[in-house]
Design a protein around this ligand. Structure first.
Ligand SMILES: [Zn+2]
Length: 291
């Protein structure tokens, strides 16, 4: 919708002032950009269109990207990879999310939400690079067909083993940062715990977690963790569902993903900015300690 008579500057300024409290209440730093990117990726009718939304954002961030075509189990896929730079010869931090979706719904929660989280971290790490790691980001294709994109990546001959792979899957609402970590206490977990206390957001690390792209890395014995943002009360019921049980209260995640309900309407960015702040801080502390 366009207005025939442009707003006079005074009125435009007043309207902007009126809009400011709303902007500040949208979940904090990064949540607005995250929401916009989730919407753009979710609009894509197919994987190609979803990928285009991602690469447009990378272009806007002035991040050079490339695609890597692969074939796995007679399916053709396309991973998207980008370099954020860093000190030459420094170990690699890889951050990624799957960008494909199942045929039903719009794949907003699963996994435009995680892809947009990676884009937001990319913007921050490009603006203020880490000291002791090079950073690359990845968007995996064909996760829903059996983690094929991430598997193709890790099994490519001569692939550089990262110091850490950080995965994002289902990052759409709720008050708790849920982290898959094979080890119970690591410097990264310590840093995240501290940052989550400062931000007053729930933090639940653990080894039990739904299957997603981190598994392709762990299978090769490459270090990997994964993050989700969900309601704290959902975590046990989600794990129950993946263990083949039927919990008394079905968790929202399991009602939304892989269903017509997986649209942007289900997302809530209330704590997204805080959750991204916590992860960014955790990674910066982890990076600073690794030299
Ligand atoms: Zn899925």
């Amino acid at each position: 919708m366009t207005s025939k008579t442009p707003l006079r500057p005074l009125w435009a300024g007043l309207l902007l002032l009126l809009a400011l409290p709303t902007l500040a209440a949208d979940g904090g730093g990064g949540a607005a950009t995250w929401k916009e990117q989730v919407a753009r990726i979710s609009e894509g009718a197919d994987t190609g269109a979803r990928g285009l939304a991602i690469t447009r954002r990378l272009d806007a961030l002035n991040v050079p990207w490339r695609e890597e075509a692969f074939e796995q189990k007679e399916k053709q896929g396309r991973n998207l990879l980008a370099d954020l730079g860093g000190k030459e010869g420094a170990p690699l931090l890889l951050i990624g999310a799957h960008y494909d979706r199942v045929a039903v719904g719009h794949g907003a929660t699963d996994n435009a939400s995680g892809s947009a989280a990676v884009l937001e971290l990319a913007a921050r790490l490009k603006a203020r690079p880490l000291t002791n790691h090079r950073v690359q980001i990845a968007f995996w294709d064909l996760e829903e067909a059996g983690l094929l994109g991430s598997h193709a990546y890790v099994t490519t001959p001569n692939r550089e083993k990262p110091a850490l792979y950080v995965n994002f899957d289902v990052f759409g609402w709720g008050d708790t940062l849920w982290m898959m970590s094979p080890q119970a206490d690591t410097p990264l977990i310590g840093a995240l715990r501290k940052a989550s206390e400062t931000r007053k957001i729930g933090f639940q690390p653990g080894e039990h977690y739904p299957p997603t792209d981190h598994l392709a890395f762990l299978k090769e014995e490459w270090p990997a963790v994964s993050f989700s943002l969900v309601g704290g009360t959902e975590i046990d019921p989600i794990l129950a569902v993946f263990a083949g049980k039927t919990p008394a209260t079905p968790p929202k995640v399991m009602q939304v993903i892989h269903s017509p309900r997986d649209t942007v309407a289900e997302l809530d960015d209330g704590r997204v900015g805080d959750a991204l702040d916590v992860i960014e801080q955790g990674l910066r502390d982890w990076d600073a300690a690794a030299h």
